[in-house]
Design a protein around this ligand. Structure first.
Ligand code: ATR
Length: 276
């Protein structure tokens, strides 16, 4: 069979997903295509979804600004995606659309593949910076993988409090408090948009002291080496780049669509070369 996949969002002309899924198709010896379907926010989303329904597609990804909007058009939704309230992957099977969110789980998979210590380290102390959509996906994926001690720090503390609701072992703190206590965490994950504009942005918090063997991760992949990661590197921490999240959320989506897990091999380095 020839698979048909795609991506909806706006703007997405420069998306790396067609390249990534093209590599996955090659590496699994499957036939297929992955198309970009840019949907202008001024056109009727409902109408576009009707058109998509009439096409013979096997699955598609959803990115900004439609990750929440797509939910109304699904026949079923996975528990994790429901909890997060956003869907980035749809499986189209037997006329039904089933929604998933692979961002958080993809991210945790990318971390665990880079750092073996995290596989057995459920007691690790984790600091999550930011409490927006991306943080939500990662928070729930961490909890699902059994990590217990997650502290969420956000500019608006209310959003951090809301995120940890029903998780009494987790904490919500301010960015200032986070900055003063960075040496208490084994893993620091930056999920906010701060750092995407390297000419104007400072790091969301300054890292002046870190635990020995700390890991610092930033989900921003343009630039790859954010100011936060530079600071972490200069303090001797292990660093984890955002582009791996992009790869692993895609791997997870590909698996949902085809039941095959594509090998990653050197894809990480190849993508890094494209981005640098
Ligand atoms: P995404 O879906 O990419 O996570 P989002 O839901 O808009 O985007 O969330 C953006 C995150 O970046 C939030 O945690 C936001 O903090 P607030 O909740 O206080 O708005 C954070 N953020 C954005 N700009 C920031 C800034 N200049 N300083 C600190 N945090 C910032």
């Amino acid at each position: 069979m020839t698979y048909q996949f795609g991506l909806i969002g706006y703007p997405i002309k420069h998306s790396l997903s067609p390249w990534i899924h093209g590599e996955f198709l090659k590496r699994t010896n499957l036939q297929g295509t992955y198309s970009i379907v840019e949907i202008d926010p001024n056109v009727s989303f409902e109408e576009e979804m009707r058109k998509l329904r009439s096409m013979n597609i096997n699955g598609f990804n959803i990115t900004v600004p439609y990750k929440e909007k797509i939910i109304d058009f699904l026949d079923d939704i996975d528990e994790q995606a429901k909890k997060i309230g956003a869907v980035n992957t749809v499986l189209c099977k037997s006329g039904k659309w089933i929604g998933y969110n692979t961002d958080g789980n993809g991210y945790v998979r990318s971390l665990r593949s880079s750092f073996r210590s995290l596989k057995e380290g459920k007691e690790k102390k984790i600091l999550l910076l930011g409490a927006g959509g991306a943080a939500k996906g990662i928070f729930h994926a961490l909890i699902q993988h059994g990590y217990q001690h997650v502290t969420v720090a956000n500019r608006s503390i209310d959003k951090a409090i809301l995120l940890i609701e029903n998780h009494p072992q987790c904490k919500a703190i301010t960015l200032k408090e986070a900055e003063q206590t960075t040496d208490q965490f084994d893993l620091i994950i930056q999920t906010s948009s701060v750092g995407m504009k390297p000419h104007v942005d400072q790091a969301i918090i300054h890292l002046t002291k870190l635990k020995e063997d700390a890991i610092v991760s930033d989900i921003i992949y343009q630039p790859l080496l954010t100011k936060l990661l530079k600071e972490a590197e200069s303090l001797g921490a292990s660093i984890h780049f955002g582009h791996t999240m992009l790869l692993y959320q895609a791997q997870y989506a590909f698996e949902i669509w085809t039941d095959k897990r594509p090998p990653m091999d050197d894809l990480d380095t190849e993508l890094q070369n494209i981005l640098e």
